[in-house]
Design a protein around this ligand. Structure first.
Ligand SMILES: [Zn+2]
Length: 411
């Protein structure tokens, strides 16, 4: 039984049939449908002889013993957003099953190989992404906040977890799963338009973007729209508008794939008869390099002060949230590049805009890399999410080839 990537495509369709409807995938974590998907996965893996274990955070592990107890980890997530796509997360789980089948047939691998189905990557029901992987990585530090979380029906997160055998107070005990982890590999759909625009099926992910999120508040003076001459206004929206139009220039100047987004502006008083007194802007800036991310931020800050001066208004900045860039392992990036070239001829390296479970593994100090496969039209988190079947099959081959290289390189 050699590798059969077409079986992975058939199983992805089978899973969609079992756990989706006309609106898309419905495998929201901590629901009956999600549990059904896990039980289905258990049956798929059983013939390989890999042993199953569900850890304290609800992560589902399948372990194929190797010559060494040190382990190569393959990860994905079978949970989806409501009305989700047929590939997000479960592609890697099922590609991983195919790799396990191939390895199990060939005998005992040099390293133990473990496939992990992370619990609640999406955070769709309780608004907390990367639940299982952050518990295993030991970076989960918001248990008190999590205890207070409820879903739209008022059900507490801890009660929903308990139904599936998970005790929130013990979730961090999942850390022991990473003892002896030699490397971590994750395949994922790109969820963006870059590979399609380059006409390439596969890419190697360099790491996940660092993010700086701020509330930028411009303050002017409300004044009557009819009686205030144009040259005597202190219009807060003018500062916000100038900053928004400057963002492409700042991203271009810093370069290296920088992205900046003003995702919202709220003006007050917000009536047609008044000059805007305050304009609150939501600003999101991302970069793979920490220094360049800091440059993006300082460029935007100084531009906002310049515009405030020009418009005779004030500006202040409040941080909403930030995370540092998480670069992946250079050696594994090289191996992934080789694997992609062998399978599809050309490789391309790109950063990941979204966070993934892989970022938690990299943060935990495990050598990590991801492969991306092209997403059609860049769409994800919708039933319109799609990838050509031939590209899905190449992706399974690339993960398998990378697994072989990692087993050699990290043994
Ligand atoms: Zn995903």
């Amino acid at each position: 039984m050699s590798l059969s990537p077409d079986r992975t495509v058939a199983e992805l369709r089978e899973l969609q049939e079992l756990t989706g409807d006309e609106n898309g995938a419905q495998r929201v974590a901590w629901t009956d449908t999600w549990e059904r998907a896990r039980a289905w996965l258990r049956e798929k893996v059983a013939p390989t002889g890999a042993g199953e274990e569900i850890d304290e955070a609800g992560n589902q592990w399948f372990t194929l013993a190797g010559q060494s107890e040190r382990a190569l980890l393959l990860g994905g997530h079978i949970d989806s957003v409501p009305n989700g796509g047929w590939l997000d997360g479960c592609l890697n789980v099922l590609a991983g099953v195919e790799v396990l089948r191939r390895l199990a047939e060939e005998g005992t691998p040099p390293l133990t190989v473990r496939l992990v189905n992370w619990a609640d990557e999406e955070g769709a029901r309780f608004g907390r992404s990367l639940f299982g992987s952050s518990a295993a990585a030991g970076s989960m530090s918001d248990q008190d906040e999590l205890r207070a979380r409820r879903d739209a029906d008022g059900i507490a997160l801890s009660d929903a977890l308990a139904v599936h055998g998970v005790d929130l107070d013990r979730a961090l005990e999942a850390r022991r799963q990473l003892e002896g982890a030699a490397a971590y590999l994750e395949l994922h759909i790109e969820q963006g338009p870059v590979l399609e625009s380059l006409d390439l099926p596969l890419g190697v992910v360099l790491g996940t973007f660092g993010v700086e999120r701020h509330l930028v508040r411009f303050r002017g003076q409300a004044a009557h729209a009819g009686s205030t001459p144009m040259d005597q206004r202190r219009d807060a929206l003018a500062g916000a508008a100038k900053l928004e139009l400057e963002l492409p220039e700042i991203a271009r100047r810093v370069g290296g794939g920088a992205v900046c987004t003003m995702g919202g502006v709220v003006t007050k008083p917000g009536i047609v008869t008044s000059v805007v007194e305050t304009a609150e802007c939501l600003l999101d800036q991302r970069h793979l390099d920490a220094t360049q991310l800091a440059e993006l931020l300082s460029n935007a800050e100084s531009a906002s002060r310049r515009f405030a001066h020009e418009e005779d208004i004030e500006v202040e900045w409040d941080k909403i949230w930030s995370i540092e860039p998480i670069p992946f392992d250079e050696r594994l990036i090289e191996l992934a590049d080789e694997a992609v070239r062998e399978v599809s001829g050309t490789s391309h390296r790109l950063p990941s805009g979204p966070l993934h479970d892989a970022a938690e593994m990299a943060r935990a100090g495990i050598p990590t890399v991801m492969l991306f496969v092209q997403s059609l039209r860049g769409l994800s988190h919708t039933r319109l999410e799609d990838t050509k079947e031939e590209h899905l099959e190449l992706a399974v081959r690339a993960l398998d080839t990378l697994t072989t290289k990692a087993l050699e390189g990290f043994a």
